[in-house]
Design a protein around this ligand. Structure first.
Ligand SMILES: Cc1cc2nc3c(=O)[nH]c(=O)nc-3n(C[C@H](O)[C@H](O)[C@H](O)COP(=O)(O)OP(=O)(O)OC[C@H]3O[C@@H](n4cnc5c(N)ncnc54)[C@H](O)[C@@H]3O)c2cc1C
Length: 375
């Protein structure tokens, strides 16, 4: 057993780290404060080949695996959780899903622009009345009309929607679910950007479809395959997104160690107090355990071993760990942690999202429980 990352994964990690240090770190607080996504930096990542890590080279991608994509997400999230979230939604939820499910014509039409960063993607599944029960509660409908399809309905909580050019949209016709690749110019409306506790700068919005008409060439995998596209993609989605909270957690731990070595009370560095050491030990142990699980889940997905318990456990562990570590780190900073002068409060606000977005902690527990009982 080898705990070192493969060479090409390390190379991407170093490239993303260097890029994020230079371009994202200096504006991370501003991204949060202004709640504005730095589109230009996103496009620069496209030019560096970082927006299509799992996509074949013929479509402009890097042809790498899910572990590498996860490691890249961890690095970005270390510097900005919200940039990481938008990166993950674009790369994994949209680009990788199109790559896995599209026919050649669709791939040629959509992947190069998404991989280069010229076009931004968003995945539209959740609706006002359909969150955890995304399929059962879905009210967005499609019907056959004029030799194509007409889509009506609305979605909410959609990452990147306010800026997106491409919308991967799930809709139903009775018991049949289908996935459509829609473009903004098809008439997709994004009437509202939603204000949030954290992940500010990752634009979240509502999406509305009013008689949006498209041809059959926009259906992913053919009509009626929506359910299988969702279920087949869940493991990859969870396994990759788990690295977002890992990045936030690692940053919080590093901040806490730095502060413990510097802040003095009672004439001593606070790191000399055993209650502070206990916190650091707990944070380190949780983070390392979460990362090992994340590596394993990413490995299993890459090997196409479809056991949902690992991917769900990985993102559950990573997201709970990030919230706990960010909270402990904030505590180590005392009153300063509670201010906007330090990044701790942002880290905590950002971390909490991962216990809700891409499926809640509760749903992940149900997925794990059911998978174990089937063994
Ligand atoms: C910032 C952000 C970004 C997002 N990005 C996207 C995106 O890009 N695309 C997209 O489609 N969606 C996105 N989402 C939506 C996200 O996936 C949903 O919010 C999530 O699935 C939960 O749905 P809900 O909010 O409707 O909560 P609900 O499903 O209404 O759940 C409410 C509570 O009930 C619990 N609950 C529900 N069912 C059960 C059950 N069977 N057993 C026990 N407890 C249960 C939940 O765990 C939760 O605690 C995003 C959300 C946020 C906040």
């Amino acid at each position: 057993m080898d705990f070192n990352l493969p060479e090409n994964t390390r190379a991407i990690r170093d490239l993303v780290r260097e890029f994020s240090q230079k371009k994202i770190e200096p504006i991370a607080a501003k991204i949060d404060r202004d709640d504005e996504f730095p589109v230009q930096i996103f496009r620069e990542m496209g030019k560096l080949g970082l927006l299509g890590l799992t996509i074949a080279e013929e479509y402009g991608g890097a042809g790498l695996d899910y572990l590498t994509e996860g490691v890249a997400l961890e690095e970005i999230s270390y510097y900005s959780g919200s940039f990481g979230l938008s990166y993950g939604a674009h790369n994994n939820l949209v680009v990788d899903s199109i790559y896995r499910n599209a026919n050649n014509e669709q791939k040629e039409r959509y992947l190069p622009g998404l991989v280069s960063g010229e076009r931004i993607g968003s995945l539209c599944l959740t609706e006002p009345g359909a969150g955890s029960d995304a399929l059962g509660g879905m009210k967005t409908v499609y019907e056959l009309k004029g030799g194509g399809y007409e889509i009506n309905g609305s979605k909410t909580f959609i990452t990147n929607a306010p800026l997106a050019d491409i919308f991967l949209v799930y809709a139903r016709n009775g018991k049949s679910y289908s996935a459509f690749i829609l473009e903004r110019r098809d008439g997709v409306e994004t009437p509202r950007k939603i204000k949030k506790l954290g992940m500010r700068g990752s634009p979240t919005g509502e999406v509305v479809f009013r008689n949006v008409h498209v041809g059959g060439e926009r259906v992913l995998k053919g009509e009626g395959h929506g359910r299988s596209i969702i279920y087949n993609g869940l493991n990859a989605e969870r396994a990759v997104l788990a690295f977002g909270p890992l990045g936030i957690a690692r940053r919080a731990l590093d901040e806490a160690i730095g502060y413990s070595n510097q802040r003095e009370q009672f004439g001593r560095k606070i790191g000399e107090f055993e209650l502070i050491q206990e916190k650091l030990a707990y944070m380190f142990t949780r983070l390392e355990a979460a990362r090992l699980l994340a590596y394993k889940a990413a490995f299993l997905v890459t090997e196409k071993i479809s056991d949902p318990s690992y991917a769900a456990a990985s993102i559950m562990m990573a997201s709970e760990t990030a919230t706990q570590i960010a909270k402990e780190a904030l505590q180590i900073f005392g009153g300063y942690g509670y201010t906007e002068d330090y990044p701790l409060e942002r880290l905590l606000r950002d971390a909490i999202l991962y216990e809700i977005g891409a499926g809640t902690t509760e749903i992940r527990k149900i997925v794990i429980g059911k998978a174990l009982l089937k063994r």
